[in-house]
Design a protein around this ligand. Structure first.
Ligand code: SAM
Length: 212
């Protein structure tokens, strides 16, 4: 499933604050913080698909006095990344965050974790087939609570799929809140709000398969 790539080593550029990955992270974190600020006092649910070491969500929650109103599930397959995320959860005393070793491409992994008010799809759409990106987007109404926010990332390396991603999100009932495609960078970060009606989760079947 993840045999081809060292997904633990993939996280190393986060140690360099000037790396593109760190710049992408700061954008994602800024939107997570705004999402929390826009919904003060509410108990909120988050699911992160292919969460890696959880730098995005855990980095924000670790700085917030209101972190424990967030119930979050991080789905990650690589055991070393699961251990790193778990260590960060413990260090920040985030008592409502669970890190689960699971194949986030399986719908079953989301049972009990959704519907979520925030769905993180960071580092997913660039690692699966175009058909799986489209299929996952069309299934997002099963992961989303009413009014949920989806934060996603995608490389714009040619062929740039982001115009199609944005079209598919619109067709699935998502209104674009932000789309960052900084000049000179290959990454992009999108923020979409779910304006449609949530659908019950189908607990069986595949959303995507990682290619790397
Ligand atoms: C590109 S990284 C993104 C990590 C994190 N979301 C971030 O942006 O920092 C992709 C992550 O997906 C994990 N992964 C790969 N296949 C997976 C699968 N089927 N289920 C869950 N995680 C998977 C990898 O181990 C890796 O940590």
């Amino acid at each position: 499933m993840t045999a081809g790539k060292d997904w633990h080593a993939w996280h190393q550029p986060y140690a360099d604050a000037s790396s593109p990955l760190s710049r992408r992270l700061r954008l994602v974190q800024r939107h997570i913080a705004s999402w929390l600020d826009d919904r003060p006092g509410e108990p909120l649910t988050v699911v992160s698909a292919c969460a890696g070491q959880g730098h995005d969500l855990l980095g924000v929650l670790g700085t917030r006095a209101d972190a424990n109103r967030v119930r979050a599930t991080l789905l990650e397959y690589d055991e070393r990344n699961v251990a790193a995320a778990q260590a960060a959860v413990e260090k920040a005393a985030l008592r409502n965050v669970t890190v689960v070793r699971a194949n986030a491409g399986d719908r079953g992994a989301y049972v009990g974790a959704v519907p979520a008010d925030l769905v993180l799809m960071a580092g997913v759409f660039g690692n699966v087939s175009h058909a799986d990106v489209r299929g996952t987007i069309s299934a997002l109404p099963e992961l989303c609570a009413a009014g949920a926010t989806v934060i996603w990332t995608r490389t714009r390396r040619a062929p740039d799929l982001t115009p199609a991603v944005r079209r598919w999100l619109a067709a699935a009932g998502f209104a674009e809140q932000a789309f960052h495609a900084p000049a000179g960078e290959l990454f992009s970060v999108g923020v979409h709000r779910f304006t449609g009606a949530p659908r019950p989760m189908t607990p069986r079947g595949r959303l995507f398969r990682f290619l790397a």
